[in-house]
Design a protein. Sequence first.
Length: 264
Amino acid sequence: MNNFEFFSIFTNYACNYNCSYCCLKYPTQDKVLLKKEKPISAREFLYLNKIKVKLPDLILHIHGGEPLLYPELDYLLYNLDFNQILIVSNFSIPITNCITNLHKLKGKVKFIGSYHPENADNKIFIDNSKILKKENMLERIVGVDGYITEDIKAMFWENDFEIVIYPYKGIKNNVIFPADMREHARGWVTNEPGKTVLCKSTKFLIDPLGDIWNCSTHMYRNNKKYCFGNIRDNFNMQATYHKCDEYRYCNPCQGDYHQYRELV
């Protein structure tokens, strides 16, 4: 295993929000194509601890769905053997309802608060942010450009927070603008056929069933052709070029972790 820039587990795809710009909506057309098998348990996710031996400085990211909805989050966080864990959450649930002992995770776990104005309960979001900031467990608060107004910025400033704006111009006001869409994702707008290219990714993802992927589009579609195996039996993952038939239908946000070149 080598050349990792981004390693993430998806504890669950379930989310209590329905954001118009959610990245799951592109590859699945609002339908997450999970396999029929039962998702793995938090105990099985601990197979990831083998990675820590080989890559001791690796930062483990946790995504969803919404991780605070994952019923075994407490157990998972206490038992993952990583020095740094970064959780992306919409802060929609009081954090103390989901994690019984935050102090136990201090120095190991930090949160990114992902603010979604059309769904967020501002009081819960700010309260969670204050609790995590007090414990030095708040990495940052982020929002998507085109949805964060000056009033929203002011709300965070008044509570002694800043919000980092992701400068992604592909979607505004629930409308996708083709002129702004990046090359690797423009097929979602133009409906042109996918292009076959060679793709190399330094982004590796683990889905809620333990399957290993280097592309979220393939992961969300559960396209087994591009699956690298399962964490229970395969950790020999390397950043190398592979043939992909779905270029132009990549996740709009994932381009920074991929390199593309023409098929010779």
